[in-house]
Design a protein around this ligand. Structure first.
Ligand SMILES: [Zn+2]
Length: 71
């Protein structure tokens, strides 16, 4: 699967790459290199400061099932 670009939801600035299955995120900036797999990631846009969130579909389901357990 090909990587998709993750862009800021408000100014469309480039934030990083997301793997085709949506599980792996790669963010590179100067000497920072971030690699995240699964779960939920929040990143502030370097241009406009908007908070961008990516959530792994399986993680989202897990959270939902945990919430329903408490009911
Ligand atoms: Zn932005």
């Amino acid at each position: 699967m090909e990587d998709k670009k993750w862009t800021c939801k408000s100014c469309k600035a480039f934030l990083g790459f997301v793997s085709g299955d949506g599980k792996t995120i790669r963010v590179k900036y100067k000497d920072l290199y971030l690699y995240a797999e699964g779960g939920r990631v929040r990143l502030l846009c370097r241009k406009c400061g908007t908070e961008n969130e990516l959530i792994d579909e399986e993680y989202r389901k897990l959270l939902e099932s945990k919430l329903s357990e408490r009911r």
